[in-house]
Ligand binder design. Sequence first.
Ligand code: B12
Length: 374
Amino acid sequence: MADVARGHGVDLQDLSAGTAEEYADRVAHLAATVDEIMAGQEDVEDLIGGNPLKMMRENHRHHARFMATVLTLRDGHLLACTMPWVFRTYMNRGFAPEYFPRVLSAFCQAVDIHLSPAAARSARSVYRWMSENYERFLRESRCAPDDDLPESAVWADLLAAFLRALLRGDHQECLRLAEDSVPSAADVPDFYLQVIGPALLEIGERWEQNRISVTDEHLASSIVSRVMTSFHLRFMRGEYSWGRAVVTAVADEYHEIGARMVADLLEFDGWDVTFLGADTPSEELKRMLRRHPPFFLGLSVTMPFNVDRVRRLIGEIRGHEELDDMYIAVGGQVFSRHPHLVQVVDADAVATDGSEAVRIARAWWEGAQCDEAQ
Ligand code: B12
């Protein structure tokens, strides 16, 4: 397999047919075999820096699902961009650099066990490429991610105060700041975009660097949910001027705050919104949509391993005639971090934030009204 462009990705176009399907089909078996191989290593404790085995196993599961997406989409660029993040995050938690070559070799053994010879050969060549690029991923993992907080003088003080309160777990202060600085529904989008979004980005970075714990991160998300609920209680009037919208995060996607922002802003704009939250099973979602088709469907994806899922979901939705008039927008961090993935999923539009989602939905609505009038 050749590097597509130095420093970018690996060319996966010539993967043998069926490799991705077989790999995706056997994700659970592959991860279980790798769990076993790694747990049997004499120095496993050193390799995983004394962390619980559960953390290692979770990494194997995420890796296998991520690889299934990479192989299905034949997206070497996504693979090359994500590996340094994996190295950085796990090494920040004490995993040894040697853990990575070992685990890649364990995955090679696992594909030999669980995949047909042709698919195993093909998958192994991708793992070989990863192993050969080990030093590069290690080097790149040492560079800080370029997610600097936006520098907006107007919002900087408020953002700093909100972030401090979030990190202290002080929900009263967060609610007070939100109440004082958001006098009307029209101010909500700025607060979402300039304060909550960047504050959570910083929380994520600190989690990645192992400077805060998982509980700190959970606490921050739950305080943010309370703040968002307070806006809803203060500003929702229940008057709908436009059509119905359904907004949800896809199955296995636990990040729901971005989707909830989109849902709130659509609702404040006068849409009749059904917000389904995190991890909505595809089958259930399709059933609900077919029963009562909305005008607008917003699908949120954060994790790269969920891109193929949303691609398949949209493909299946397109197969239902009764949903022909429904517009589909996608959004979420995976699309802002890897914009080339937008083309893969065949949505009608992608939006970077809730305000853009509102503009797009309105334009579609007006277009549909014009069509009807003709
Ligand atoms: C809070 C959080 C969590 C919470 C989520 C709680 C909740 N109720 O949502 C919990 C603890 C559950 C969680 C879990 C995990 N997380 Co997390 N999480 C975060 C964090 C800190 C904030 C996410 C967030 O809400 N951001 C703010 C929102 C507003 O931003 P947004 O989602 O991008 O949304 C905006 C736009 O994208 C857009 N948009 C979003 N959706 C939609 C939809 C439509 C239709 C449209 C039009 C627009 C749109 O509009 C929004 C407003 O501007 C991020 C850090 C970060 N960089 O963001 C990590 C982060 C996303 N998590 C990460 C990881 C690794 C995980 C876990 C795998 C951790 C683990 N080992 O278990 C799991 C994944 C579980 C899963 N299967 O999904 C990584 C992902 C890295 C990567 N490779 O991509 C991040 C980046 C942290 C990091 N720096 O490493 N996480």
